[in-house]
Write a protein that binds this ligand. Structure first.
Ligand code: 0RA
Length: 632
């Protein structure tokens, strides 16, 4: 009796579980846009990676199928299929229909990716798929069961014999749930490449059956190869430093290499989950890095007695580093739950890296000299930048912190309903000033091209009039003084001509924002205006077309002839037209700039704006179209 009522209760929870997922998908996968859609893939791949980390799986294949469905195939142990004594369901069905059931089976030892940051279990993928087929290769048999929107469509059957093991899951995301069900191969490839670096020795393949594109990743060097990949087009200093050590707190793996660039590229992971907000492992690493370099520099008289110690910032200029830790019970904290909270990891990383890095420097004196030299240069630049910034601030103070003269500010002082248009050229700037809504819209015209910040240090950046005007207008300060709370506008809209120069200026501005005002980009304050390409009219009727398709559609509407103007620049529009087509909040379309993948974005800016010419040439010839609408 008791067992029976338990059984019933369990069943009800099961039902509630998956219908809750369908009712409020955002609670489980964050969003129902493209990010949420791809989340379904990561959920399954994470489980396969767990099999690989446990040593049970060495190959994972991800296919976008011709019909738009997606298959993840791994050669792990296969999800267990035997009946669960209490529920009467097979283990497979339990994993696929009970929230968070995955972890309850088999051994719980070892480090796990799944169940981590967003780990919600494969059942969520099932709940949000219109069709899902699970095939398990186990015990010499192929087991199969089909589902729709979380409900099984028939029994778990044996459909054949096999001599392999593994799990093959094919799913078609539910169009009733997702804004779009179209998978993006590039997004998938970027993520799988990263997972392959983090799980050395595993082979991960990706195929887009829609067009035959293929990738295959296998890195014996793990994150050491990752650092090499990031630094491929950079002028590096010395070799990649690599350490991997298992301690009682978990597994610590670090790879780093210095370059002659100015950017720091530090990516940290806990159980293969990208900890974008850092955390204890990063704190431990930074402390050890600063301490070891200062100690080494003093001991070898590379720093003179009168010299100050190198700061934590000095030792990270031009640094590329990957920190990857694995631990049994990771705690994720912070605004986006992407900050590792386990305090024991700070000391673990600090101790391991201190020891390993000191040993490396001792054995590679040339690398040591190069690294200290680079840090020393960074320190000198820091002091110059501080002096330059103090001058800027002092000047500002002398002028009563006046906003730049060419800024036409809005009258509202409430950032929440204020926006700034950063406009290419004085003539378009003039039209924008006349056409705008003075209450909420500020206009800052930029003359010519701004400085390429990718190839300049802070002191030069602060010496640039256009950039200085922009920083003062935004109000957020720069470098150590940066404070996003002081942002004066909710939206900063880049408005440039739809030509090559316009695209270049936009890229220069995006580089500036990305490198020096990253939180402003991350919090979604940067937008790109979408001016029309054509004006088509006859008599009083006017249609603006923003792309070629719209132009075609518009032409159909004019039966008795029409006039057509192709806009080459914003300057060709009068103030009213500019307002109507591009600035009026009730009708305009703005593109919001997002950072989907920091490493990919870094690579784009590095390739486009960095000092090496050849990779840039290659990139531009192969992405000519993409560059124009920089899809980061
Ligand atoms: C539950 C228990 C075990 C493995 C899995 C689930 C599993 C899930 C997925 C999802 C995709 N690939 C997968 N591979 C395995 C442990 C199995 C055992 O103890 O034999």
């Amino acid at each position: 009796m008791a067992d029976n009522s338990n059984y019933g209760a369990d069943q009800i929870t099961v039902l509630e579980g998956l219908s809750a997922v369908r009712k409020r998908p955002g609670m489980y996968i964050g969003t129902t846009d493209v990010a949420g859609l791809h989340h379904l893939i990561w959920e399954i791949v994470d489980n396969a990676i767990d099999e690989a980390m446990g040593g049970y799986c060495d190959t994972i294949k991800v296919n976008i199928n011709k019909d738009g469905s997606l298959t993840v195939d791994d050669n792990g142990r296969g999800i267990p299929v035997e009946k669960h004594k209490k529920t009467g369901l097979s283990a497979l069905e339990t994993v696929l229909t009970v929230l968070h059931a995955g972890g309850k089976f088999g051994d719980n030892a070892g480090y796990k990716v799944s169940g981590g940051l967003h780990g919600v279990g494969v059942s969520v993928v099932n709940a949000l798929s219109v069709d899902l087929t699970a095939q398990v290769y186990r015990d010499g048999k192929i087991h199969e069961q089909k589902y729709s929107r979380g409900d099984s469509q028939g029994d778990l059957n044996v459909v054949g014999k096999t001599d392999r093991t593994g799990t093959v899951i094919t799913f078609y995301p539910d169009p009733d749930i997702f804004e779009s069900t179209e998978f993006n191969f590039q997004t998938i490839v970027n993520r799988l490449r990263q997972q392959a670096y983090l799980t050395k020795g595993v082979t991960i393949e990706a195929v887009d059956e829609r067009n035959g594109e293929k990738f295959k990743f296998h890195f014996e060097g793990g994150i050491k190869s990752y650092v090499r990949h990031i630094n491929k087009n950079k002028d590096s200093i010395g070799n990649v430093v690599y350490v991997e050590r298992e301690v009682k707190e978990g597994l610590v793996e670090i790879a780093l290499q210095y370059t002659n660039g100015y950017q720091e590229q530090l990516y940290s992971f806990a159980n293969n989950i990208h900890t974008t907000e850092g955390g204890m492992h990063v704190t431990g690493f930074k402390a050890a890095l600063t301490r070891t370099i200062n100690y080494y520099a003093r001991k070898n008289e590379l720093l003179k007695e009168k010299d100050e110690n190198l700061t934590a910032d000095d030792v990270r200029e031009g640094l590329t580093a990957i920190i990857s830790v694995k631990l049994a019970d990771p705690q994720f904290e912070g605004q986006t739950k992407s900050k590792l909270g386990n305090a024991e990891m700070r000391t673990a990383v600090e101790t391991v890296f201190n020891e390993a890095f000191a040993e490396y420097l001792g054995e590679h004196p040339n690398d040591g000299k190069g690294i200290v030299g680079k840090c020393h240069l960074a320190a000198r630049a820091r002091m110059a930048a501080r002096a330059a910034r103090d001058t800027v601030i002092r000047k500002g103070a002398l002028e009563g912190m006046t906003l730049p003269g060419k800024l036409a500010d809005c009258s509202s002082k409430d950032p929440a309903n204020s926006e700034i248009f950063i406009v290419e050229g004085d003539s378009a700037g003039g039209s924008a000033k006349q056409g705008r809504d003075r209450e909420t819209q500020a206009i800052l015209p930029l003359r010519g091209k701004i400085l390429n910040v990718e190839q300049a240090r802070m002191d030069r950046i602060l010496g640039n009039t256009e950039i200085k005007a922009l920083i003062i207008a935004l109000g957020v300060g720069i470098g150590e003084a940066f404070d996003i709370e002081k942002l004066r506008y909710d939206k900063a809209v880049i408005m440039t001509d739809a030509d090559v120069d316009g695209a270049h200026i936009r890229t220069l501005l995006l580089t500036l924002f990305y490198r020096y005002f990253k939180p402003v980009v991350e919090e979604g304050h940067i937008y790109i205006a979408q001016p029309p390409l054509y004006k088509i009219w006859h008599g009083k009727k006017i249609i603006y077309a923003y792309n070629e398709d719209q132009k075609k559609e518009a032409l159909k509407e004019f039966k008795n002839g029409h006039s057509l103007q192709r806009y080459k620049g914003l300057g060709e529009m009068n103030p009213e037209q500019l307002w109507e087509t591009t600035m009026d909040p009730s009708t305009r379309k703005l593109l919001r700039v997002t950072i989907e993948n920091a490493e990919a974005a870094d690579k784009v800016f590095d390739t486009l704006m960095g000092s090496e010419v050849l990779p840039r040439k290659k990139f531009i010839t192969s992405h000519a179209k993409k560059v124009a609408n920089l899809d980061i």
